[in-house]
Design a protein around this ligand. Structure first.
Ligand code: GUN
Length: 289
């Protein structure tokens, strides 16, 4: 039976540590970390995330700036807002909530954010730094996964890591983080052949595809670390809606060494890592690093 990784508790611990360091930074330098979150349109899931980001930023002792723009906002207007936030000394982190409406080029907007304020780690400069092993901002969800993996095993060196999912937000950055730890990394996706066999070879298995239960219990290597990034809303037989991951938890928990639940695993760590990245940016801006 696997040990269940408590992401909620780990996230709370990280938020506490960020809040303490924030107090110290304020006392020492007078600088208060500032996080600006921009949301375009009225996607309900995005609205929930953005509200939580603002709330947790305030709880950590940050300043929070939320910009809510209508769905028909032009790309030019959004780029102007990014320019304004880049110039604003109170703002140390800028997050533009994705997805953006179809008429806006997401990567163009992200690349307009100053790389020093790109606490999402999506700017090509930060992506490049991660790939070459330089110090930049690392995307929050894979950063949270990496912390939980590192705390679950003594040494990652030489282990087989299989990442199912190749998104820019999770799969690709996760691969480079684990490569940096000297894992042998395979990125699998919807067209991968014999996915079950590949998963059975994984000492570290990260599922980030967004398909409920796609990773079956008997695909898990005994003793493996299983990280479930999927957050899928499903309706069960009684008509009730609930969240479930990409991994068949009940099957996998019997074989894994360590496993994250959904909810309460990866999810809570993401915003905690965003706060940690924003504090890092403010600490640098204050000349303390
Ligand atoms: N949409 C889903 N996840 C994320 C994230 O980590 N950052 C941003 N900006 N948008 C998202």
């Amino acid at each position: 039976m696997a040990s269940i990784i408590d992401g909620k508790a780990r996230a709370q611990q990280l938020r506490q540590s960020v809040a303490e360091k924030t107090r110290e930074l304020k006392d020492r330098t007078g600088v208060t970390p500032g996080l600006a979150v921009v949301i375009v349109g009225d996607d309900p899931a995005s609205q929930v995330y953005v509200r939580n980001k603002g709330k947790q930023a305030l709880e950590a002792g940050f300043e929070s700036f939320t910009h809510t723009l209508p769905a028909e906002t032009t790309e030019a207007a959004l780029l102007d807002l990014v320019d304004q936030l880049n110039r604003d000394d109170r703002v140390h982190g800028i997050l533009v909530q994705l997805p953006l409406p179809d008429h806006i080029d997401e990567q163009r907007v992200i690349n307009r954010i100053s790389p020093d304020k790109d606490v999402d780690g999506f700017h090509v400069e930060n992506v490049g730094k991660l790939v070459i092993g330089a110090d930049g901002f690392v995307p929050c969800t894979p950063l949270g996964c990496w912390m939980m993996i590192r705390e679950s095993v003594e040494s990652l060196s030489g282990l087989n890591a299989v990442i199912v999912g190749r998104s820019n937000i999770v799969g690709k950055p996760m691969a480079f983080l684990l490569l940096r730890e000297h894992c042998t990394v395979t990125i699998a996706h919807s067209r991968t052949q014999a996915l079950d066999e590949l998963c059975r070879s994984a000492d570290i298995l990260v599922a980030a595809v967004g398909r409920p239960g796609i990773i079956q219990g008997d695909w898990v290597k005994p003793g493996a670390v299983v990280i479930d990034v999927g957050i899928n809303r499903v309706t069960d037989d009684s008509g009730k809606s609930r969240l479930t991951g990409d991994v068949d938890f009940d099957g996998a928990v019997e074989r894994a060494g360590h496993i994250t639940p959904v909810p309460g695993g990866v999810g809570p760590m993401t915003i905690a890592c965003l706060l940690s990245n924003t504090l890092k940016s403010a600490t640098r801006a204050a000349g303390q690093e």
